[in-house]
Design a protein around this ligand. Structure first.
Ligand code: URA
Length: 253
């Protein structure tokens, strides 16, 4: 017996959004579904779920979408929301329509506010999602902010102090690092994720963020060639990089 888990072909493709059980049975019967080039005409066949199953399985000659356990890096544009609870266009609509029908569904790992752009991770792997957002992990996230007014001078010390408490909160923020690019351009590194944190931090020091972009999460950096609205599928090294917060990593290395 195979030591890999198996799943019926119709269930596997149904969960990836390829259609109903009947539609998949029809596709298979017509020879459109192939494994290593050989037609799989029986949609009730059980397939082993190996790491390479998605690459070997094709529909109309195209490899099937990544199997469950997928991790995506999306360049979130300004103007789309991460939460189903808010009105307006959703980040999930940037994914191909079929991917929006997947079960388990693809969710955002944490959130960026509607007016913030940049690196957003998405996954259907709940355990991985919780590892990344766990407050115990302190995964660093870097944000580039453009400010309305020039820096006044004490911001880096205030953010690093571990004593700044945001309005309507009781617990002070963990120390955050501020890199100054010029008097209105900064990079902030946070190791926690409170609501609208960067914007509220600058409001607390008498400034206002006019543009905010997330540059990295852990060791994953948004590559220059991933344009707003585009996404990349990350492999195992992407997962490790996101969790480690170590060396810089993009989908290309
Ligand atoms: N800080 C913010 O203000 N907004 C975000 O989306 C993320 C961090």
């Amino acid at each position: 017996m195979s030591q890999h888990p198996t799943l019926r072909l119709d269930r596997l493709l149904g969960n990836l959004g390829y259609g109903s059980r009947r539609e998949i049975a029809n596709m298979a019967a017509r020879g459109r579904v192939r494994l290593d080039g050989a037609a799989l005409r029986d949609a009730e066949l059980r397939l082993p779920l190996n790491a390479d199953t998605a690459a070997r399985l094709t529909i109309d000659g195209e490899p099937v979408d990544p199997l469950p356990g997928v991790l995506l890096m999306l360049h979130k544009p300004v103007g789309v929301t991460c939460s189903h609870k808010e009105a307006g266009p959703l980040v999930f609509r940037l994914l191909p329509e079929r991917w929006q029908r997947r079960d388990p569904a693809i969710s955002a790992i944490g959130r960026l506010d509607k007016d913030t752009s940049g690196l957003l991770l998405l996954t259907d792997d709940g355990a991985f999602l919780h590892q990344i957002i766990s407050p115990r992990r302190h995964i660093p996230k870097r944000y580039a902010a453009t400010l309305d007014r020039p820096l006044r001078g004490d911001e880096a010390a205030v953010f690093a102090s571990g004593e700044l408490t945001l309005e309507s909160e009781k617990t002070p923020l963990l120390p955050a690092a501020l890199e100054i690019v010029d008097e209105r351009e900064v990079v902030v590194t946070l190791t926690e994720g409170r609501y609208h944190q960067v914007r509220r931090m600058f409001a607390a020091v008498g400034n206002h963020v006019v543009a905010l972009r997330r540059l990295s999460v852990g060791g994953l950096t948004l590559p220059d060639d991933l344009k707003p609205g585009e996404f990349a599928v990350l492999g195992e090294s992407g997962r490790t990089a996101a969790l480690n917060g170590g060396e810089g990593h993009s989908p290309h290395n």
